[in-house]
Design a protein around this ligand. Sequence first.
Ligand SMILES: [Zn+2]
Length: 491
Amino acid sequence: MVGEELDDDTRERMRQREEQLRQEMTRLLQELEQRNVELMIPEQRSFAWGALLLTALQQWQFWAIAGVLLVLSGLCLYLRSRSRRREVDSSSSEEESSSSDDEPMEEVEDDHEDANDVGRFLEQHIEWPVQNLRNDLQKVKELVNKLLFVFGHLRSRSFFPVLLLPTEVDSAFEGWPPHEEDIVYRVLVPMTPPRGHVFYLEGGTMPQMQMRYCHIRVELECTCTGERLVEGMLCFLHHPEEELRRNQAPSLLHTLCTDSYLDVEKTARWIHQLMKASWVALHESSQWRLKMLPPSRSCKFQIKTRNDTRLLIELMFGVQRSKSDVYVSNESAGALFTPTTMWVESYAVAEAKFFSHVAREAPRNSFHLKCLQLCTRILVGTSFSSYTMKTIVMHLLTSIPLSHWRRRDFLLRLLDIMRYLRCCLQEKRLDHFFFGNENVPEEIILPPAFQTAAPLNLFQHLQQDPAAHAEALREFGDLQDRLTRLLIFGH
Ligand SMILES: [Zn+2]
């Protein structure tokens, strides 16, 4: 373009283009408004969406972002279409006549997303993390399954918890890891009681943390008769202590428990040792390097593969709540001191199932994960957690039709997410996704009490602490700035 004089034709085309852009912007803004009206319809929203959205609509920043982006994308596409036109002009007329057949497949497949598609502009413009994710996920899955297979053999004659097949959970496996440099591959390994033992979950809530937890009481059960009879095993309840001590491994009560309750840290140390013992049995151990991180509540390890890829894997472990997708796990209860017999309720498996459900139901190339990925990227250094964004996106995925999460809707959905967050901050209320929520897909199995439970407010702390609330509102301003910068500059 440098040094090129604009001829009358070009000037006229630019004027027309400007007019077209203005019309397009009006259309998009109307569409945005239309979406908001649609959003107000479902009455099942647990709080007054309509009123909140109207308040949010007055936030001029969103319109400003939308406007700037539209102009930018318009100009970008204008330049592209000009250069394309020039190429066409310089080619022979024969080629010109067949050019419509030569359109790249991508364009044809793109469900009529037109040249003014803001989503396409953003997708190409934003620097996404470069990841070899699919390959790494497969490696991690295979490795963990092999390790658990070896675990099974190592523990065959002992009375430690039985470890079942793991479920892959959290952002890496759900497809939205915010940063490429600190991906943690998390799997949750369900545990069941060993022979002759029973687990009883004794629940409670920590009101200040809005967190639910359990203590896992371990009891022995008679294995002398009936269905529980186990060949070659002495009954912990009815065989003399001396005989038990000489001929049988100690019960779980004497290994991983504290005062009859299963201890999280002792269990983590046991899994840590099992990991080390199992690793040497795998043929990968001759080529890859294993580095165990010191066990605390969690059990993490790093694998360095032959081509120097580092994979940080976290083995979460937990006990299932009444045959549901909810577990009590070794997750930590945040900054608070967590007693070692306290197991925190985890919804990681239910969430992973939710995201696979959405992936199945949503149109191909849905952009919901990219929306979540981008919105969690801007949270670094703020008090907002990625769980807040995840919860918001889960709520929106069940209130906005999945067909409205395509690339062309990218900007609108980003604005929806930010608006939802702002409304929640103003209300000091963000409902946990799985409590008292009729929109949870049926295939996710929740304990029956969850449906009738009062919603758990993830922003409870903002109600109790005005300073934290003021700080969160200030940080929200930062988030808006960061998102605007990310959208405009691409990084
Ligand atoms: Zn017995």
